[in-house]
Write a protein of this length. Structure first.
Length: 361
């Protein structure tokens, strides 16, 4: 039986087919142009195909120009994949992340680089730094802070151990799920990453107060261990649960519904100023009264907004500290250059960890 309005529906579908053909033609044309850009770079002796600053500018422009009905973020994600596919025509990027497959680190890496990059899972954060520093991968994606639990201290410490630059940031909404092959009442153990456990304290207290919590190095590894343990569950991503063959028993069990993690993209390339950037530094003051004020005052005087301050014990002396600072602006900006010069005169130690585009979405 024919549907009412079949003629009109057919017309609409034919119009969609026509537009799909135009999109395909334009994608092919864009791919050819991207290939020509790569050839030009090779002829000029440049092997740097990926430019986070250029990508951020493209994404911000198309999101700002978006007329709807798709959301700005949806448009950004589509264009991220188009850019990723274009880069893969020249040289698929190799990106290290904290594995195994299905971790939040993998999701962050895919959000930053698109699905056409080559993602390399490694066993720990230190290995991400080693892989990137050695050139085995061009970039690494490392967690730096969680909105609930604060800094990832290992990442901060390793930034001082390796001559790498921060060249991008990713913000990822974190959703934790209880997954298992057995019903809730049969669970005796939960395999869970230590930070995940801290982010789900209230849920555990209310729903599984007597189970044993077993530390796992990542959420994806937790899912794999639960799959091999007939009395266990895990807290993991949906992707890790599917990969391990587990069912979702409870979704979104994090205590803070706005729980998010920020990641740094580390590599060996500098980025230019885009006008919407952050800079990260680590600085140490003399061990005397007022030294922290002396380190922070130049930012206030220049009207530069600090977005993060984190202290860590200095390795050079007991009970002395260095401070990790994030602020708005790029080290190429005139006001930032002046401020860093003043800070250099005040500080006992200063290292610029990188300037990079702010997370786009």
């Amino acid at each position: 039986m024919a549907e009412a309005g079949d003629g009109q529906l057919l017309q609409l579908r034919q119009e969609i087919d026509r537009i799909d053909g135009e999109i395909l033609h334009l994608l092919s044309e864009r791919g050819r142009l991207a290939h020509r850009v790569g050839e030009y770079k090779q002829a000029a002796g440049s092997m740097q195909f990926y430019h986070p600053d250029r990508e951020a500018e493209i994404l911000r422009r198309v999101m700002a120009d978006n007329p709807g009905p798709f959301s700005a973020e949806q448009v950004g994600r589509i264009f991220r994949e188009i850019i990723s596919a274009g880069l893969a025509l020249e040289q698929p990027l190799r990106v290290a992340y904290l594995g195994p497959a299905g971790t939040f680190s993998q999701l962050a890496a895919e959000k930053q680089f698109g699905h056409s990059a080559c993602f390399i899972p490694v066993s720990n954060i230190a290995e991400i730094f080693r892989q990137t520093d050695s050139g085995a991968t061009q970039f690494g994606v490392v967690p730096v802070e969680n909105s609930t639990e604060g800094a990832v201290n290992q990442t901060l410490d390793l930034m001082l151990d390796y001559p790498l630059q921060i060249c991008g940031e990713v913000e990822l909404r974190i959703v934790h799920n209880l997954v298992s092959a057995i019903p809730l009442e049969a669970i005796r153990r939960v395999h869970v990453h230590y930070q995940t456990r801290a982010q789900c304290r209230q849920w555990f207290a209310q729903n599984l107060p007597r189970v044993e919590l077993c530390d796992a190095p990542s959420n994806a590894e937790a899912a794999q261990r639960a799959a091999a343990d007939p009395q266990a569950a895990a807290i993991s991503t949906l992707a890790a649960a599917q990969h391990a063959g587990l069912e979702v028993l409870a979704q979104g069990i994090e205590d803070n519904p706005e729980n998010s993690t920020r990641f740094w993209v580390i590599g060996k390339i500098p980025t230019r100023s885009t006008g919407t950037d952050k800079t990260s530094i680590v600085v140490g003051g003399a061990h005397r009264a007022g030294s922290l004020h002396a380190l922070l005052a130049p930012f206030a005087q220049a009207g530069i907004s600090l977005t993060r301050i984190e202290s860590r014990p200095a390795r050079s002396a007991r009970w002395q500290y260095v401070f990790y600072l994030d602020f708005l602006g790029h080290q190429q900006d005139a006001d930032v250059q002046t401020t860093l010069q003043v800070l250099q005169e005040q500080a006992a130690f200063l290292r610029i960890l990188g300037s990079y585009p702010k997370a786009v979405y």
